[in-house]
Design a protein around this ligand. Structure first.
Ligand SMILES: [Mn+2]
Length: 239
């Protein structure tokens, strides 16, 4: 049997990441995979990356890591979001940059004859400044065609921040909920158990130190902080 733990979109929520890594360490996993977007939105991008550097997690790049590594990928962003990404960049040192430069966009594992593919979101063109498909593909049926032609049997992504599955395809496709962007003290990750051609997928919900997370976002100062605190973390900074 092979066991895999997956989390995604930590987005600077160090307290959630800490809780997830601690919970994962209580069990034996063959692979622990982070589907990207560790940085940005929340206050602690650097601390989160440093925690991953010290772990044996397979880190896959998200669009927010791309914004930091390749400023051409920011072309699609509004000017206030560009300011936000510049702030994220300013938090990091060569230690984090060189780590990120060595991370992949997509990791495929061959297990019991099946390809398990992990990416932040479906990869359209590895060489493009923005290598991912747009989230718009979820709004129409084009995602079905993309999945049909994707070279993998099991596909796991993040990026959308909520659970999303499509049934009735010729392969398994699941988007996992954000592990760091949440409005309560509950965060989650996914576990896979693969044995005898059967893959059991479970979501694990655990608690994290929300009080300290709220304190860190309140004490921080960065572009778009108020908007992100309110709309993504459910925190009103004026209270
Ligand atoms: Mn993303």
């Amino acid at each position: 049997m092979k066991k895999i733990a997956i989390f995604s979109d930590i987005h600077g929520n160090y307290q959630a990441l800490k809780s997830i890594l601690e919970d994962i360490s209580k069990d034996d996993y063959d692979y622990v995979i982070c589907l990207g977007d560790v940085v940005g939105i929340g206050p602690n991008s650097k601390e989160c990356l440093d925690a991953l550097i010290d772990s044996n997690v397979i880190m896959i790049l998200g669009n927010h890591e791309r914004y930091v590594l390749n400023d051409k990928s920011r072309k699609r962003l509004s000017s206030d979001l560009v300011e936000h990404e510049k702030w994220v960049e300013s938090l990091l040192s060569e230690k984090e940059f060189s780590y990120l430069r060595n991370c992949l966009l997509r990791k495929d594992l061959l297990i019991e004859g099946k390809i398990f593919s992990f990416s932040h979101f479906l990869i359209e063109d590895e060489n493009s400044d923005y290598p991912f498909y747009s989230l718009d593909i979820l709004k129409d049926d084009s995602v079905k065609e993309i999945i049909k032609n994707y070279e993998a049997d099991y596909i796991f992504c993040g990026h959308y921040h909520d659970d999303f599955e499509i049934f009735g395809l010729n392969k398994y496709f699941q988007i996992i909920k954000s592990s760091g962007v949440n409005i309560s003290n509950i965060c989650s990750y996914l576990t896979l158990e693969i044995k005898d051609n059967l893959t059991i997928v479970k979501r694990k919900d655990i608690t994290y130190d929300r009080e300290n997370f709220e304190k860190s976002i309140k004490d921080a100062s960065y572009p778009k902080r108020e908007h992100m605190a309110e709309h993504l973390f459910g925190i009103n900074l004026n209270k």
